[in-house]
Write a protein of this length. Structure first.
Length: 247
């Protein structure tokens, strides 16, 4: 079965200290992290990724990946974000994802259909379960996706997602998800991270989606999760678009 690059890209995200989306079968709240390359204490005593979006943008601009040389386009976008207080423009965000897609097209694949959520957050495409790839094809596809995402998109995506779903810059991605639920009016403020984690434990034990206090397939719910580094693939129950890389 075609498995999309999420797991491999997640490793790249952690290396860069970023929080990116992406589907990963059987994902749970403990399986992905927003990262913390620079930390300080928040007013509540919680650890933070950076003291501000601008500081985070400067960190990412200075960051040099040992394996993937960032494109000049993505570097210019980060510089513009630094000049704008750490805020990535919508135009640059869309351009970064379009560059990712074009990179894959240039490598011989069909342009992927990104998952796009209600507020415009994008996610990596899911693999179509009907597609069968050889071990070599699967390995090359993963390598190409990691390359394209790392070179053209990852850092811009990190900054844009923080502004949308974790403007407190918490390293605790699960608290950030619940805060995003509150901010977007998806769950009442009485809903806590502890309840969220408890429901995920129950889901892991039973596999029943009714254990959640929310609809786990709701696109708004999934947007908050994805923007905080937790992309979930619910298998046959999923309702997201899929991608056939060779048409």
């Amino acid at each position: 079965m075609l498995r999309v690059v999420a797991g491999a890209v997640a490793c790249v995200c952690l290396v860069a200290g970023g929080g990116c989306g992406g589907a990963s079968g059987g994902a749970s709240p403990s399986s992905s992290s927003a990262g913390a390359s620079q930390q300080s204490s928040s007013r509540q005593g919680e650890e933070k990724i950076a003291s501000s979006l601008e500081e985070r943008a400067k960190f990412l601009l200075d960051y040099k990946d040992k394996e993937y040389a960032r494109s000049d386009e993505q570097t210019a976008m980060l510089q513009r974000a630094v000049d704008n207080g750490g805020v990535v423009s919508r135009a640059d965000y869309e351009a970064a994802w379009n560059n990712y897609k074009q990179c894959l097209v240039d490598k011989g694949y069909v342009a992927p259909q990104l998952v796009t959520y209600p507020n415009g957050i994008h996610d990596l495409p899911r693999g179509d379960p009907s597609v069968r790839l050889s071990t070599e094809q699967s390995k090359k596809l993963t390598q190409d996706e990691v390359y394209c995402y790392s070179v053209y998109t990852i850092n811009v995506n990190d900054l844009y997602n923080l502004a949308f779903a974790n403007d407190a810059l918490l390293t605790d991605s699960q608290q950030a998800i619940v805060d995003c639920f509150h901010k977007q009016g998806l769950m009442p403020v009485s809903y806590t991270k502890e309840q969220y984690l408890k429901e995920w434990d129950e889901y892991g034990e039973t596999g029943g989606m009714t254990v959640f206090s929310f609809d786990p397939l709701d696109m708004g719910i999934r947007e908050c999760q994805t923007a905080n580094g937790m992309g979930v693939d619910y298998g046959p129950n999923d309702n997201l678009p899929t991608w056939k890389p060779f048409g």
